[in-house]
Design a binder for this molecule. Structure first.
Ligand code: SAM
Length: 543
C-alpha cells in the first residue's frame, strides 16, 4: 500500500481483519489473507461511504457496476427480472418496501423508512452525518433534468461529493475516515472511458453544478467527471432484504480497494439490512497467502459475456482460475458450459406443454446434486481453488454430457421453466409443483457447477427446490400418479433442506440483532419439522 494520507488507517484496518495489501503489476494492488479463514468467516464489515435505494425507472446501475454480482442479480436481470420500484417504495436504510404510513427524517424530510427501527439505525450509522451535508432536494431537482437511467449516477456522485467534501471530521467515526482515505486511492480509468460515456458524465456534472451552485453537492465539474468514472468501476449493487433483486447502490471504497475480481471468488459481499453495513464473508476456506477476491460479474454468465462486462466496465482482461485455469477442473467445466449446441443438438426452446408429466432427472444432474450435498454436509476442508477434489469430482460427473444438456443455453432454459412454473403455481395451479421441482433441481445443479458450495445463491436455491419437493410430495397422494412421488421423495426434500440450512447458517447476516433467523432460515426449520412429522406418522402407519 502506498504511503500518504490515510494509508496507515487503511493498512491498520486491513491488518485487524487479517488481510494484507500487496503491490501487483497487473492489478495495481491485491489483498492476501494474513491468516487462514474458514468458510463463512466475516472478513470485513463496514458502513458504506454513500448508499441509496433505487427508484422507479432508475433500475439501471448508477454506472455499469457489478449488478448484484454476488447475489446472482446479473443472471436474473439478464433473464428479464428488473427491480422497477417507486421512489416511495424503498426504505433508505434497509432498501425494503415502504408501508403506506412511513416515518421520515424530521430534519431533511427526504429520507423515508419502513420502520422507526430503520430510521434510528440509519441516523446512528450514517444519516446524522450526511443529512446535514447533502441537499437531497437539490439532488432530486438536478436528477429530474437527466435521463432516468443516469439518475443513479448523479445521485451517487452527489452523495460521494458531499461525503468527501471538506476535512474529515476529527471526532467522526473511524469507518468514515477509512472510507474517505480509500476513496482518494481508487482507480478511475478515466482515460479509458469511451467518449460517449464521458460526454454523459460531463452533462451530469454540469447539471449538478447548475442546480446547486455547488451547495450540498460540491466539486468542480471536472472532479465530478472523475468521481463518476471512479464510481463506475468501484461501486456495488445491493440486494433487497432477504432477496436477490437489485434494490440499491453502495459506494464502499475500502472494500473496492481491497478486493479484486475472480470469476471463482472466495469471498462475497452482502448489504446487512440490520446494520446498514457491507459485510464481506469467506465463501470457501481461504489459506494464508491466498488472494481474497470477489466476483464483479455473475459467475454463471458465459465466459464471453463475463469478459465483455469486465473489459467494458472495469477495463481488464480476466485471467482467473475459471477463465484461464490451465486445464483446472472449474475452467474445464466453464468451457463445457460455454459450448453452443449445434442445430442437431438443440436445447428445447419452448416451455413445457404438459405440466402433468415432469421429465426424469438425468443421471449427471443427480450426480452433481449428490456431490453438492456431500460437500455441504462434510466438516472437512472446503477450499475452492478451481481444481480441488470436489471440483475434480464435479468435472468427472459432467465430462461426457452433451451440450444440449450442459450449456448456458440449457441453464437458461431450466431457469425459464422454473420461473414459468412458479408463476403458474402463484396463479393457482398446484399440480405444476413436480415440474417446478425438476426445473429447480436442474438450476441447482448448474449453480453447483458454477459457484462454491457455500455461495448464498446455492443455499437459496436448495431451499426453493426443497419447498417444491415438499409440495410435490403433498400432491403424491392416491390417484395422483407416481410421477409426483418419483420427483419428490421425502428423503430428497430432507437432504435439500439440510443443505439449505447449513449454507444459510454460514451466510446469515452477522449483524442481525440477536442472530434472529432470516425468513429463509425459518422456512427451512418449518420444513424439517413437517418432514419429521411425516416420517413419524409413516413409521406409526407401518407399525
Ligand atoms: C475495485 S478496483 C480493485 C482495486 C484495485 N486493485 C486497486 O488497486 O485499485 C477494480 C480495478 O482493479 C483492477 N482489477 C480488479 N480485479 C482484477 C483482475 N482480476 N485482473 C486485473 N485487474 C483487476 C482493475 O483495474 C479494476 O478496474
Amino acid at each position: 500500500m502506498d504511503a500518504g494520507a490515510g494509508a496507515d488507517d487503511i493498512a491498520a484496518l486491513a491488518a485487524e481483519c487479517g488481510l494484507r495489501v500487496v503491490a501487483d503489476a497487473a492489478k495495481r494492488t491485491r489483498t492476501v489473507a494474513a491468516r487462514s479463514f474458514r468458510r463463512g468467516s466475516v472478513l470485513v464489515a463496514i458502513h458504506p461511504l454513500h448508499a441509496f435505494p433505487l427508484r422507479a425507472g432508475e433500475d439501471g446501475a448508477p454506472d455499469a457496476v457489478a449488478r448484484g454480482a454476488d447475489s446472482g442479480g446479473a443472471a436474473r436481470d439478464a433473464a428479464g427480472a428488473g427491480s422497477g420500484v417507486g421512489p416511495e417504495t424503498r426504505c433508505a436504510h434497509c432498501f425494503g418496501a415502504l408501508p403506506q404510513r412511513r416515518p421520515r427524517c424530521s430534519r431533511c424530510r427526504q429520507a423515508e423508512y419502513c420502520s422507526m427501527a430503520c430510521l434510528t439505525r440509519h441516523w446512528a450509522a450514517r444519516h446524522h452525518f450526511e443529512c446535514g451535508r447533502l441537499d437531497a432536494r437539490a439532488v432530486d431537482a438536478a436528477a429530474a433534468k437527466i435521463k432516468p437511467e443516469f439518475r443513479p449516477c448523479l445521485r451517487m456522485a452527489a452523495g460521494i461529493g458531499a461525503a468527501v467534501a471538506g476535512p474529515a471530521p476529527a471526532a467522526g467515526p473511524r469507518w468514515l475516515r477509512v472510507q474517505r482515505a480509500a476513496w482518494d486511492r481508487l482507480v478511475s480509468h478515466r482515460e479509458r472511458h469511451p467518449g460517449y460515456v464521458l460526454r454523459q458524465y460531463g452533462e451530469i456534472a454540469r447539471v449538478i453544478a447548475a442546480a446547486t451552485g455547488g451547495g450540498g453537492l460540491r466539486g468542480a465539474e471536472d472532479d465530478t467527471i472523475t468521481a463518476l468514472c471512479r464510481s463506475g468501476c468501484n461501486n456495488f449493487a445491493a440486494s433487497e432484504p432477504h432477496g436477490v433483486r437489485t434494490a440499491g447502490h453502495l459506494c464502499s471504497p475500502l472494500v473496492s480497494l481491497l478486493l479484486n475480481h475472480s470469476c471463482l471468488p472466495n469471498a462475497a459481499f452482502a448489504y446487512s439490512p440490520a446494520s446498514g453495513r457491507q459485510v464481506v464473508r469467506a465463501l470457501a476456506d481461504i489459506a494464508e497467502g491466498d488472494e481474497v477476491t470477489l466476483s464483479y460479474a455473475d459467475g454463471l454468465l458465459p465466459r464471453a459475456e463475463r469478459r465483455k462486462l469486465l473489459d467494458a466496465v472495469y477495463f481488464f482482461h480476466c485471467s482467473c482460475a475459471k477463465c484461464c485455469g490451465g486445464g483446472g477442473a472449474r475452467a474445464q467445466i466453464d468451457a463445457l458450459m460455454d459450448r453452443a449446441p449445434d442445430s442437431a443438438d438443440q436445447v428445447p426452446e419452448r416451455l413445457p406443454t404438459d405440466y402433468a408429466s415432469p421429465p426424469a432427472i438425468e443421471p449427471w444432474a443427480t450426480r452433481v446434486l449428490a456431490l453438492l450435498a456431500a460437500a455441504v454436509a462434510g466438516d472437512g476442508p472446503a477450499p475452492c481453488t478451481g481444481d480441488s477434489p470436489l471440483e475434480r469430482s464435479l468435472l468427472g460427473a459432467v465430462a461426457d454430457v452433451l451440450p444440449r444438456n450442459l450449456s448456458f443455453a440449457a441453464y437458461r432454459h431450466w431457469l425459464e421453466c422454473q420461473d414459468e412454473c412458479l408463476e403458474r403455481i402463484a396463479a393457482g395451479q398446484p399440480a405444476v409443483h413436480p415440474w417446478a421441482c425438476v426445473a429447480a433441481l436442474y438450476v441447482l445443479a448448474f449453480y453447483a457447477l458454477a459457484y462454491p458450495p457455500f455461495h448464498p445463491l446455492v443455499g437459496r436455491q436448495c431451499l426453493e427446490a426443497a419447498k417444491l419437493a415438499w409440495n410435490s410430495l403433498q400432491l403424491a397422494g392416491p390417484g395422483q400418479g407416481s410421477a409426483h412421488a418419483a420427483v419428490a421423495s421425502a428423503a430428497r426434500a430432507r437432504d435439500l433442506t439440510l443443505c439449505a440450512q447449513r449454507i444459510l447458517a454460514a451466510t446469515a447476516d452477522p449483524d442481525a440483532a440477536d442472530a434472529a433467523p432470516s425468513p429463509a432460515q425459518e422456512q427451512a426449520a418449518l420444513l424439517i419439522a413437517e418432514l419429521d412429522r411425516l416420517a413419524a406418522s409413516s413409521a406409526e402407519h407401518c407399525a
